[in-house]
Design a protein around this ligand. Sequence first.
Ligand code: FES
Length: 101
Amino acid sequence: MHKPDYHLFVCASFRGTEARGKCIKKDSMQLVSYLEEELADRGIDAMVSTTGCLKLCEEGPIVIVYPQGHWYKGIAGEEAMDAILDSLENGGGPAKQYLLA
Ligand code: FES
């Protein structure tokens, strides 16, 4: 089994079986395909998964990066996602401007 260098989690707002949280209303799922394309284009070895509501709706969309354990807030567009992708390309340090305190 190949274990990727990074595992990214994008909040898909599920509470039980319904997407009731706010990240999906802020277009978090539209970023998943962009993220997967960019990871491939940049040659970053990463897996992408979606999650249930992470209980941080007001800060969303939320993205988490492992193994670093970086939690990001306000990932509401390609520019914000690019900041995370740039950080991964540069060794996995935090994209500080979006880091959840
Ligand atoms: S829906 Fe994403 S944190 Fe609640």
